[in-house]
Design a binder for this molecule. Structure first.
Ligand SMILES: CC(C)(COP(=O)(O)OP(=O)(O)OC[C@H]1O[C@@H](n2cnc3c(N)ncnc32)[C@H](O)[C@@H]1OP(=O)(O)O)[C@@H](O)C(=O)NCCC(=O)NCCS
Length: 186
């Protein structure tokens, strides 16, 4: 049996069904402030295997500290989404740990590029991402997802990518279906 994490430390693990209310409340909190998209609880359950949860270890036991998800878009790209740290524990490295968990999962699956839509470009740059020109540099599957977003008209989020060193593009990868570029973004 391993030793319990030290009090005050934060660890990240795959999400479980019992985490969904905390994930939902956390996303709803930040979505209410216009910092990210709202996500219905059903959507969180349906995509739960994408999600990671951060927890802070206290004398009373682990406390929910944040969530983030890695969603595969195609064989060469996956999106970091639903990323938010619980209110009150920003700037303690929790966001970086959640992104690192997504990156590790992408490496495990063999996906060479991470993508994210965000208002927090500075944070993602600290995590090794680069801002891209969203009118020309986007992967077609990213556009396809935009079509399903209720805010695609006049979207002002930024696109950021990170190419994972040492992860080759899968061989014999088929071309993704052609994307229809949504009006209002170009
Ligand atoms: C954005 C967010 C995920 C960052 O997580 P965090 O735990 O506060 O950030 P970390 O402590 O891991 O920061 C890692 C690094 O990024 C920097 N950083 C964090 N937020 C930043 C920002 N908005 N601009 C510039 N740099 C930032 C930190 O200073 C730190 O740099 P350092 O390593 O040189 O010290 C978190 O603040 C959050 O949940 N915000 C509200 C919801 C949100 O905006 N989610 C993003 C949706 S894409």
């Amino acid at each position: 049996m391993g030793t319990a994490p030290a009090t005050g430390t934060v660890t990240v693990r795959p999400a479980r069904a019992a985490d969904v209310p905390d994930i939902f409340d956390n996303i709803s909190h930040w979505a209410g402030q216009g910092r990210m998209l709202v996500r219905p609880m059903q959507n969180i359950f349906e995509n739960l295997r994408d999600f990671f949860v951060a927890e802070e270890h206290t004398a009373e036991g682990p406390v929910f500290a944040g969530n983030g998800a890695l969603h595969l878009l195609w064989g060469d790209i996956a999106e970091v989404r639903g990323l938010c740290v619980a209110p009150g524990i920003q700037a303690r490295g929790v966001g970086r740990q959640l992104v690192a968990a997504c990156e590790e999962e992408a490496r495990r699956v063999g996906i060479p590029t991470l993508f994210a839509w965000t208002y927090e470009v500075g944070f993602f740059e600290k995590c090794g991402f680069t801002l891209i020109e969203k009118n020309s540099d986007l992967h077609p599957r990213v556009w396809s997802e935009c079509l399903r977003c209720p805010f695609f008209v006049g979207c002002n989020e930024n696109g950021v990518v990170k190419h994972l060193e040492g992860v080759p593009r899968p061989v014999n990868l088929p071309e993704p279906p052609a994307a229809i570029v949504p009006p209002g973004i170009r």
